[in-house]
Design a protein around this ligand. Structure first.
Ligand SMILES: Cc1cc2nc3c(=O)[nH]c(=O)nc-3n(C[C@H](O)[C@H](O)[C@H](O)COP(=O)(O)OP(=O)(O)OC[C@H]3O[C@@H](n4cnc5c(N)ncnc54)[C@H](O)[C@@H]3O)c2cc1C
Length: 440
C-alpha cells in the first residue's frame, strides 16, 4: 500500500490540470481566494452576474480537503441530526439540516446540469450501530428524523445482514437522498465550467499577504472591490479569524476492484455509503469502479497537530472492518492518504463579513462538502446583495463571536488542541443553545 491520494490518480487522464499563477497586477470586481468546494460554489454563483471574477488557489482547484475527501454527499456531518436537535431545537435543527441538504442539492444539480464526469453514485446512507450504545444512537436518529418529518428505515440487529454482509452490528438506520462522488473530479469539472463562462482562474498562487483591497502572491497581486476568502488552514498573516479553526485528521484507503459476487455479498440490496457509531467512526462505500473506499482513524491522531503519514492507522481500521465483514477479508488495498479537515469549536462553519474590511467575506471551518458548498454560495449571494436570502439568520448561526463551553483565553494556557477537543465534544454531546428548549 503506498501513500497516494487515489483521486489524484484519477486525474491522470486530464491533459492540463494546472492553470498559470497570478503574474503582474490584476484588477477585478470580485476575487475569490481558495478553490475548494466553498470557493468553487461562490465562483459559480457569480457566473452571469456581469461582474469580473477572479478565482485563485495556492494548489489546484479541489487540491486540498475537497480533493482528499471520501465524497460522501450527505447532510450528515460531524453533527448528527439528533445532536443538532438537542443543541438547536426543532427550528434550528431544521435550518441547519436544511443548509447541508441544500449543499447536496447544489452539488448534484451542478453535476447533472453541466454533465460533470465525477463518478456520481446514488447511494443511500446506512448508519451502523455498534453494541448497546450504538443501537441507542440509531434509535436517537430514528426518533429525530420522525420528529422533523424526515423518512428513514430502521434495521434491528437480526435484519442488518439483509443490507450489509456482517453480523457484527447492533442495528442500523438508512435514508435516501444521498450520493457518492469523486470530489476532485467534481472540482476540476466546475473549474472547466467557470473557465467556459469567463471566470479567470489562477493556480499555484498562494495569497501571502493582504492589505485593503489587494492580495499579494509570490509573482503578483490582485486588487478587487470585493474579496471572498474560502481558505483552509488560515494563517495569522491573512486573518485574525484563523483562531476560529483547528482540524481533525482522518485517513482513507482504496482497494483493488471487487468482483460482482463479492459486491452482492457485501451489499445484498445494492451499494450503500456506511459509517458506524464510534466516536472516531469507520466509514466505507463503493466507487463506480467497484473499489472499496474505507476511512477512519483513532483518538490519538484525530486531533494531532501535524500530519501523520504512517500506514499503521488506516491498516488498523481496515483490519477491524475485515473482522466484521468476512467477504472483504481477502481484499487488497493499494493506496492510502490522510487529510486534516478544518473545523470550528462547535463544528458549525464560521462565515462573516469582516467588520474592519466590510468588502471582505470569510468562509472558514466547513465540515463537509455540502456545508462548504452552501457557505460559499451564501457568501457570493451576499456579495450580489440577494434579497431573497435570509442572511441575518445564517450569519447568526455562523457568527465568529458565538459562545463555546470553554472560553478562548484558556487556549493560551492549556493549548489549542485540548481546549478545542473539549469544545468539540461538548458541542456534539452536551451543548444546548438557550433558545433550543423553547422550540423542542
Ligand atoms: C480525508 C478526508 C475525507 C473527507 N471525507 C468527506 C466526505 O466523505 N464527505 C464530506 O462531505 N466531506 C468530507 N471531508 C471534508 C470536506 O472535504 C471538507 O469539509 C470540504 O472539502 C471543505 O471545503 P472548503 O472549500 O471549505 O476547503 P478546501 O477544500 O480545503 O479548500 C480551501 C482551498 O483554499 C486554498 N488555500 C488555502 N490557503 C490559501 C492561500 N493563502 N492562498 C490561496 N489559496 C489558499 C487551498 O489550497 C484549498 O484549495 C473529508 C475531508 C478529508 C480531509
Amino acid at each position: 500500500m503506498i501513500l497516494q491520494d487515489w483521486w489524484f490518480t484519477t486525474l491522470l487522464g486530464i491533459k492540463e490540470p494546472i492553470r498559470e499563477p497570478v503574474r503582474g497586477q490584476i484588477k477585478t470586481d470580485v476575487l475569490i481566494v481558495g478553490a475548494g468546494a466553498a470557493g468553487l460554489a461562490a465562483a459559480l454563483r457569480l457566473v452571469g452576474s456581469g461582474k469580473k471574477v477572479v478565482l485563485i488557489d495556492k494548489n489546484i482547484c479541489g487540491g486540498s480537503s475537497t480533493g482528499k475527501s471520501a465524497g460522501f454527499l450527505t447532510p450528515d456531518s460531524e453533527l448528527e441530526l439528533s445532536q443538532l436537535l438537542r443543541k438547536y431545537g426543532t427550528k434550528g435543527a431544521k435550518d441547519l439540516w436544511g443548509v447541508a441538504s441544500k449543499g447536496v442539492e447544489i452539488m448534484v444539480d451542478n453535476i447533472k446540469k453541466h454533465q460533470i464526469e465525477c463518478d456520481l453514485q446514488v447511494q443511500d446512507c446506512l448508519f451502523l450501530g455498534k453494541g448497546a450504545s450504538g443501537w441507542k444512537d440509531v434509535q436517537d436518529e430514528v426518533e429525530s428524523r420522525e420528529k422533523l418529518g424526515y423518512s428513514s428505515k430502521v434495521y434491528r440487529e437480526s435484519e442488518v445482514p439483509s443490507v450489509i454482509g456482517s453480523n457484527a452490528y447492533s442495528g442500523a438506520i438508512r435514508y435516501t437522498g444521498t450520493y457518492g462522488v469523486n470530489a476532485l473530479l467534481y472540482a476540476q469539472g466546475i473549474k472547466q465550467v467557470l473557465l467556459d463562462n469567463g471566470i479567470e482562474i489562477y493556480e499555484s498562487s498562494e495569497v501571502l499577504s493582504w492589505e485593503g483591497h489587494t492580495v499579494r502572491t509570490h509573482l503578483g497581486s490582485v486588487t478587487a472591490d470585493k474579496i471572498i476568502f474560502c481558505i483552509d488552514k488560515p494563517k495569522p498573516e491573512i486573518t485574525k479569524y484563523h483562531e476560529s479553526v483547528y482540524h481533525a485528521q482522518t485517513f482513507l484507503s482504496i482497494s483493488e476492484p471487487l468482483g460482482d459476487d463479492d459486491i452482492a455479498k457485501l451489499f445484498p440490496q445494492g451499494p450503500l455509503q456506511c459509517w458506524d457509531s464510534d466516536l472516531v467512526y469507520t466509514y466505507f462505500r463503493l466507487t463506480g469502479t467497484k473499489r472499496l473506499l474505507v476511512g477512519g482513524g483513532n483518538m490519538l491522531t484525530t486531533y494531532a497537530k501535524n500530519d501523520t503519514t504512517a500506514p499503521r492507522v488506516i491498516d488498523h481500521v481496515i483490519n477491524e472492518l475485515k473482522e466484521k465483514i468476512p467477504v472483504i477479508r481477502p481484499l487488497r488495498f493499494i493506496q492510502y492518504w490522510q487529510g486534516r479537515i478544518d473545523m470550528t469549536r462547535d463544528l458549525i462553519p464560521t462565515v462573516l463579513v469582516d467588520p474592519e474590511h466590510p468588502w471582505t467575506h470569510f468562509v472558514l471551518g466547513c465540515v463537509g462538502l455540502p456545508w462548504a458548498t452552501f457557505c460559499g454560495d451564501f457568501a457570493a449571494r451576499n456579495v450580489l446583495d440577494d434579497k431573497e436570502l435570509d442572511s441575518e439568520k445564517f450569519y447568526r448561526y455562523f457568527s465568529p463571536t458565538r459562545k463555546f463551553f470553554l472560553p478562548l483565553w484558556l487556549e493560551h494556557i492549556l493549548g489549542k488542541k485540548i481546549v478545542f477537543t473539549v469544545n468539540n465534544a461538548w458541542a456534539k454531546y452536551r451543548q444546548k443553545d438557550p433558545k433550543a428548549a423553547e422550540s423542542l
